[in-house]
Design a protein around this ligand. Structure first.
Ligand code: ASP
Length: 359
């Protein structure tokens, strides 16, 4: 992968300051207007000119920028691996990590990293902006400043946040619970099924009871192997048999996130259930996630989900689609058998769903 890394030291106010590593990947946030009025990627060397109040934070900041800055629509698992490797390489040298990222796929990256960073006990915060940093009403400055404050926040010598989060507008959200819900307003992200982890007003108020630490090992390791032979099948009334068959018969396919109605319901048509059953018998995993933004899958509650349960579809509880897709990529890359993946899917690994299975 082409992404080479450029080191830029922005400021070093005092040796005792907290040290934050910023990973700059691209997105709308980092755009400025050039002389011709066109939006072009921002030169991070000039960050102090764009955001002078960064100096007041008294932080030691280092920026590693992807050589090729990308719109997050171009984000893929290779980029996630690149970010995870940077975090691993510099893990001991920094108090926390801030990732500047386009908003469109930020929830996927946050979810993927939450799984890949095994043993994480430092903050990894993603933020971005709806308007370029060069625009006068840009939300970029506020988002960067507050996200940096959160990334550097400590209590009793320990980071307050020890997981992968998204900070956007006023809210800190668990990364694998967040969704982009808005393409024009500033409050672009929401977590319907899990409380906000902090709210930034005059003070930053942390919701400490809900902050997580999923480190079950002393050191950070990263899972680099991700299997992207995964797809999403979104149901709608009138979905065509050929479309379902075509999707389930894609060569090499290993797992499907089935986006169902309401509490996990799907058509009861015999052809539909037969197609799913055949796929499951071939070893394809079907993971049931609701199209609703809030609530959870309760397989077996209605007749329309009882059959799913009996043919071996796995209930995804209150997972987002973003968390379900990336969890599948992670588990398929890590585990040796389909059965092991299926077993792990039933439980929360990094707080991405309620602890109890919902099947
Ligand atoms: N298309 C942009 C991106 O996701 C949108 C943004 O950054 O807000 O990279």
């Amino acid at each position: 992968m082409k992404n080479k890394i450029i080191h830029i030291n922005t400021a070093a106010p005092k040796p005792s300051s907290h040290s934050i590593l910023i990973i700059y990947t691209g997105g709308t946030m980092g755009m400025v207007y050039d002389e011709s009025g066109a939006l072009v990627p921002f030169d991070f060397q000039l960050i102090m000119e764009e955001v002078p109040s960064l100096r007041n934070l008294q932080l030691n900041l280092t920026v590693i920028a992807f050589e090729e800055l990308i719109d997050s629509s171009d984000m893929n698992p290779d980029h996630w691996v690149a970010m995870a490797r940077i975090i691993k390489e510099y893990y001991e040298s920094y108090d926390g990590f801030l990732i500047l990222h386009g908003t469109d796929t930020m929830a996927y990256t946050a979810s993927a990293l939450s799984f890949m960073l095994e043993g994480l006990s430092k903050p990894v915060i993603l933020t971005g902006a709806q308007l370029p940093i060069g625009a006068s009403r840009s939300d970029a400055r506020e988002n960067i400043i507050t996200a940096l404050e959160i990334t550097s926040a400590k209590k009793n010598g320990k980071p307050i946040v020890q997981e992968v989060c998204i900070f956007f507008d006023r809210f800190l959200l668990r990364g694998n619970r967040a969704k982009k819900v808005e393409s024009s307003h500033f409050d672009a992200f929401h977590s319907e099924n899990y409380p906000n982890l902090a709210e930034a007003g005059i003070y930053i108020e942390y919701n400490e009871a809900f902050l997580g630490n999923f480190a079950d090992q002393a050191t950070l390791t990263i899972q680099e192997e991700l299997d992207s032979h995964v797809t999403i099948l979104k149901l709608f009334p009138g979905i065509n048999e050929k479309v379902v068959e075509g999707t389930l018969n894609v060569p090499g396919l290993r797992a499907v996130v089935l986006e169902t109605f309401g509490a996990g319901n799907a058509p009861t048509a015999p052809w539909f259930l037969a197609a799913l059953r055949k796929a499951i018998e071939k070893g394809i995993i079907i993971y049931n996630v609701s199209q609703c933004v809030g609530g959870k899958v309760l397989q077996g509650r209605y007749k329309t989900s009882q059959m799913l349960d009996s043919i071996g579809v796995i209930g995804g509880n209150d997972s987002t689609t973003e968390a379900a897709v990336t969890k599948l990529m992670y588990l398929l890359g890590k585990e040796n058998s389909v059965e092991a993946v299926k077993e792990k899917l039933k439980f929360a690994i990094r707080g991405e769903m309620q602890a109890n299975p919902s099947y």
